[in-house]
Write a protein that binds this ligand. Sequence first.
Ligand code: SF4
Ligand code: SF4
Length: 72
Amino acid sequence: MAKGSVIINEDFCLGCGYCVEFCKKKSLTMSQDNYTSQGLLQANFSEPESCNACGLCVIMCPHFAIEVYKVI
Ligand code: SF4
Ligand code: SF4
């Protein structure tokens, strides 16, 4: 069962991919067809089952685009 829920704000995401690179659980991927409001490919929370709510993606995102909530 998923331990975390991630929300990515497409108005803030600039598609840099840092969150994808640093997520050890492979819960995030870069979208192939989902664009930010600025026309860039954005990160997706694509594998929620593996997320452990560690919060590393929040720390690594330079654009404050990610929120993580613990699932209880
Ligand atoms: S909270 Fe941790 S496990 Fe979940 S998506 Fe972010 S970096 Fe990955
Ligand atoms: S680190 Fe932030 S800005 Fe970069 S792809 Fe992830 S959510 Fe988007």
